[in-house]
Ligand binder design. Structure first.
Ligand SMILES: Cc1cc2nc3c(=O)[nH]c(=O)nc-3n(C[C@H](O)[C@H](O)[C@H](O)COP(=O)(O)OP(=O)(O)OC[C@H]3O[C@@H](n4cnc5c(N)ncnc54)[C@H](O)[C@@H]3O)c2cc1C
Ligand code: FES
Ligand code: FES
Length: 456
């Protein structure tokens, strides 16, 4: 059970006692047992009486449960309480009471005409806050893009977008910068190693443990599982997993880098701008702020955004034990019953000396693409095409030139499938025929992409 002390002033140091851990919610400290297995979303109403973070889906995709954790927009259903020692949480109620420079945003969104039931309000308020901190004067399209994937069941989104436009108009660039401080470790209840060696030693002693990165996929999975939550080893503090380096024509991106960090990285932008663009379109604004590259290598193995890209540029997945070509990695993972990687992914290494174009078809904004393709042109003129979402596992097209010739000759879906030599997946998400049609459409976009085929 947790206990709440409303009189405990925020400015005082936070006393961590042996048997409890503390967390600060809207300026009030509360204690909880270090082995508390609830998510922040479950704990907030039960122990703190907070009702503004609302459960609405069981797959981490609606955003109604949004809060700020150490300033970072976070879906509270994706965070386990026991990973949050010393963290500062702000709920919608707390934020509305003291929004500082962003008070015009709170005022604009509080107008009765903006929301109907208001269930979805936290999702939009914190997404708009994150947007305005990065870009105080966004255009309508940028606001709409920031709301991709967030679910409102009542309104047509127009009033919400208009309110953010109105708020942006009165901000004059004074909104400040986005916070991206990860939660502090909870020393009593979670394992948060500082080096790869420490992480491996912890895992060796705990054979059933799981690596925990952003938790966007793992936490909802664990909460929906019948089994008790296993030991979790959080890897966000390991420097070797957070670096982005560009050396000798190779780009190295640490496995614990978030999609938002990859999208905003100057090094990635210079070496492989298409990778930065792709990372900036993954999921929704909350997923990008916490979800990591390493998590996507394990969790989003089939139709994730990265696989076709990594295969086309002949990337290497670097684990604590080995270096594996991306195509072999994804093939291997597609046949594993338990998608948890027992080996720690440290980084992904990419070659940056070629021209790259990525196209995907996303049936619903904010959710993974159904099919994605990436074309990479090498200095010697050769072409590699990676495909994801079309078959059971992402793959490298074995004869891309013949495939593009068949497309140029007007080949229909069946002919393309024959030339490709890979049968499309037929499942609950889409029929094989549909996938083949989407693939043909995406290959057509690649063929018509002038920049990709231009000399130089
Ligand atoms: C609403 C929604 C939309 C999404 N949209 C997209 C999308 O558009 N494109 C896309 O690619 N993906 C998408 N995803 C999937 C998403 O990319 C991944 O879920 C995310 O990157 C997971 O990262 P994480 O850090 O949160 O992983 P976690 O949830 O922490 O972990 C996921 C799995 O990876 C393992 N793991 C994590 N890091 C490592 C590591 N370094 N070494 C070994 N194992 C590790 C964990 O043990 C766990 O098994 C979406 C997911 C959701 C919920
Ligand atoms: S309840 Fe839907 S994202 Fe958390
Ligand atoms: S106003 Fe009702 S869900 Fe958005």
């Amino acid at each position: 059970m947790s206990s709440v002390d409303p009189a405990f002033p925020m400015a005082m140091s936070n006393p961590v006692r042996a048997s409890v851990t503390t967390i600060c919610v809207d300026g009030r400290f509360a204690a909880f047992a270090p082995d508390d297995d609830r998510t922040l979303l479950e704990w907030l109403p039960q122990e703190f009486g907070v009702v503004s973070a609302r459960p609405s889906c069981d797959g981490a995709h609606c955003g109604s449960c949004a809060v700020l954790v150490n300033g970072m927009p976070t879906k509270s259903c994706t965070v386990l309480l026991r990973t949050l020692g010393d963290a500062e949480v702000r709920t919608l109620d707390g934020y509305e009471a003291s929004a500082g420079a962003l008070a015009p945003l709170v005022e604009a969104l509080a107008k009765p005409s903006v929301f109907q039931c208001g269930y979805c309000k936290p999702a939009f308020v914190f997404a708009a806050k994150a947007l305005l901190e990065q870009n105080p004067q966004p255009g309508r399209r940028e606001i709409q893009a920031a709301f991709n994937g967030l679910l409102c069941r009542c309104t047509g989104y127009q009033t919400i977008v208009a309110a953010v436009e109105e708020a942006a108009g009165s901000l004059c660039g004074c909104a400040g910068t986005a916070a991206s401080v990860p939660p502090h470790p909870n020393p009593d209840s979670t394992h948060r190693p500082q080096s790869v060696a420490d992480a491996l030693a912890l895992a060796k002693d705990r054979p059933d443990s799981r690596w925990l990165a952003g938790g966007q996929q793992l936490v909802p999975l664990l909460r929906n599982a019948a089994r008790p939550t296993p030991a979790l080893i959080e890897i966000g503090d390991i420097d070797a997993l957070r670096r982005i380096e560009w050396q000798f024509g190779r780009l190295t991106v640490g496995a614990a880098c978030t999609h938002a960090e990859i999208a905003a990285s100057d090094r990635v932008g210079e070496a492989l701008p298409e990778l930065a663009r792709l990372a900036g379109e993954i999921g929704d604004i909350y997923l990008r702020s916490r979800g990591t590259l390493g998590g996507a290598m394990v969790g989003a193995y089939r139709n994730g955004s990265y696989p076709s890209f990594l295969i086309a540029v002949d990337a290497l997945i670097v684990t604590a034990w080995r270096r594996v070509a991306a195509s072999a990695w994804f093939e291997e993972h597609s046949t594993r019953a338990d998608r948890a990687a027992s080996e720690l992914i440290v980084a992904v290494e990419l070659s940056a000396s070629q021209r790259v174009s990525h196209f995907s078809f996303r049936p619903r904004p904010g959710r993974p693409a159904l099919v994605g393709i990436t074309g990479a042109r090498w200095r010697d003129g050769s072409l590699r095409i990676g495909v994801s979402g079309y078959a059971r596992a992402p793959f490298l097209v074995s004869d891309p030139d013949t495939l593009m010739s068949a497309l140029a000759a007007g080949g229909q879906n069946e002919e393309l499938v024959r030339t490709l030599g890979v049968a499309p997946l037929d499942d609950i998400e889409a029929t094989g025929q549909y996938r083949a049609a989407i693939l043909r459409h995406l290959l057509g976009r690649l063929r018509n992409h002038r920049q990709f085929w231009a000399d130089g």
